[in-house]
Design a protein around this ligand. Structure first.
Ligand code: GAP
Length: 503
């Protein structure tokens, strides 16, 4: 069993993430988050907001509708260009993504090829249906958007948005006024997006309903500097350029300043976000050598972009884009202006009339969570069970409380401590089975501090605290527990120094 399969099994057994409506087992590409998964996702979003919204002075937030009228996607280009090539088996009628299938069977990279060229490759390479071995039909284009109709009598087509970004573009003028009519400013949005993926796969990595956090950073292309660039200029990132991909050579390690000076990424704003992303993903527990940016090849870049520099995570099956970083130019605002007849032009401080340009980092939450689950997973033969080394900021339940025994006033005392801690932290209470079993269960969901209430607790108001990573234990006063755990979470104190270390 691969590591990811093992993780998926734990996710099912512990109700962390599981298939939607699985009792009917009819749809793929949809997943529900259970109690631990929901907290992990929420904490990831909170942490993301802390770094990418609260730490900035000119990034606002909004929450837009998921269903948008057809006209939005006519203007944005998604109706015409948001397509994947498919081929259908002439016998069993199963549908395959043509480019993926060709790459799988021949190793050839065929992104950007026309349907005619793809059909020819399938025929020349004699690629057959992977399910039944029969011949495949002509390659056609399939639009990935999920369609709906919002009129009771029909005829009012709408789509579930394939990215959160479009709400921000269509409401640009209102948001610009909220930002005191000054560029640069950014708008961030956390929300759901939908794509009718032909072959959803790899757990929550390619699904049909997913969560994104996107920032649309609007700036004047003639005055495109990022004021806070100095804060990141010396930060190092790893990037696989187009040139390196063509020569099959290694990615380069560079500072943000070098990326700018060597014009490898032609947007100061995008480099600013990329430098922050690299640090942020490392702090999520993903090792540096499993992170890289990849400059998309010309034939791969989306219809709205003039350049993409995507953050990829190394999964067991290979590298996978997890944050799309695009230079979207004025593509969206210009097209919405033309199609809606509404003005999207703004006046700069030096009185020029312009359409703002956009730098966009677009984070996939589910893919990030898959990366965190994979890279924080510890296979621990010595302990006898596997566990998640989640960083403290995103640990679903950082604290657990156990009564040593279910008798002699110990459970009452443990409940008292649990109720006290619950006011400050997300806390698990576990009173079943041996203490060893309880440690295993809490380690499995990444809990860092396990508090045990025992006979001494009744006598002198103390308890033991065990640390997930080292399994070391200290005895501390119950009245100090909240402040100790807060200090530990903020890394203001070392675990072994918070109380009496137990042998
Ligand atoms: N607004 C730009 C945009 O949506 P994208 O590169 O298509 O760009 C951004 O998507 C991120 O959203 C991806 O890097 C990925 O993490 C996530 N994503 C896209 N499609 C997904 C899918 N089918 N399942 C899970 N995550 C997906």
């Amino acid at each position: 069993m691969s590591k990811m399969e093992e993780i998926q099994k734990i996710c099912l057994n512990r109700g962390i993430i599981f298939p939607t409506a699985e009792i009917y087992s009819t749809i793929s590409g949809f997943f529900d988050y259970g109690p631990v998964g929901t907290l992990l996702k929420r904490k990831f979003i909170d942490y993301w907001r802390e770094i990418f919204v609260k730490n900035e002075d000119n990034i606002l937030e909004m929450e837009g509708s998921i269903i948008l009228p057809e006209k939005v996607f006519e203007a944005s280009g998604h109706l015409k260009s948001f397509v994947d090539p498919i081929t259908q088996c002439l016998k069993c009628k199963s549908i395959q993504r043509a480019d993926d299938l060709i790459q799988e069977k021949t190793g050839k990279f065929v992104e950007g090829k026309s349907v005619k060229e793809l059909t020819e490759i399938i025929n020349n390479e004699k690629i057959k249906c992977p399910r039944c071995g029969s011949p495949l039909g002509e390659v056609k284009l399939f639009n990935l958007m999920l369609k709906t109709d919002i009129s009771p009598v029909g005829g009012q087509t709408a789509y579930l948005r394939p990215e959160t970004a479009q709400n921000i573009f269509t409401s640009f003028q209102r948001l610009f006024r909220v930002a005191r009519s000054k560029l640069p400013f950014g708008v961030a949005q956390v929300g759901r997006s939908f794509r009718n993926e032909i072959s959803p796969r790899h757990f929550i990595i390619r699904v049909r309903e997913f969560n994104q956090v996107e920032i649309e950073m609007f700036y004047d292309p003639q005055n495109a500097g990022c004021k806070k660039f100095d804060e990141v200029k010396d930060k190092k990132i790893v990037i696989l350029t187009r040139e390196a991909q063509k020569k099959n050579s290694k990615p380069l390690t560079m500072t943000a300043e070098e990326l700018l000076k060597k014009k490898i990424v032609p947007s100061e704003w995008l480099i600013y976000f990329m430098a922050k992303e690299f640090e942020f993903y490392k702090s999520l527990g993903i090792p540096e050598d499993c992170l890289r940016f990849r400059e998309m090849l010309k034939e791969e870049i989306p219809h709205y972009s003039i350049g993409n520099y995507d953050l990829e995570i190394n999964f067991e099956f290979g590298w996978k884009e997890t944050v799309g970083n695009s230079i979207r130019t004025d593509h969206d605002l210009k097209n919405h202006m033309e199609n809606s007849g509404q003005n999207m032009i703004v006046t700069t401080e030096d009185n020029r009339k312009i359409i703002a340009w956009v730098a966009e980092p677009s984070f996939g939450i589910d893919r990030t969570i898959a990366g965190i689950l994979l890279h924080c997973f510890v296979e621990d033969k010595q302990r006898g069970w596997n566990w998640f080394k989640f960083p403290v900021k995103i640990t679903p339940y950082p604290v657990a409380v156990f009564p040593l025994l279910n008798k002699d006033d110990i459970p009452e005392k443990a409940r008292e401590v649990y109720n006290m801690l619950k006011k400050e932290f997300d806390v698990l209470y576990d009173d079943s089975g041996s203490i060893g079993r309880r440690y295993a269960r809490t380690d499995e969901v990444g809990t860092i501090f396990s508090v045990t209430i025992d006979y001494d607790s009744l006598e002198n108001d103390t308890c033991t605290v065990r640390h997930r990573d080292t399994t070391k234990q200290v005895r501390v006063k119950i009245k100090d527990l909240i402040s100790i755990i807060k200090k530990l979470i903020n890394e203001e104190i070392e675990f072994e120094k918070v109380g009496t270390l137990l042998k």
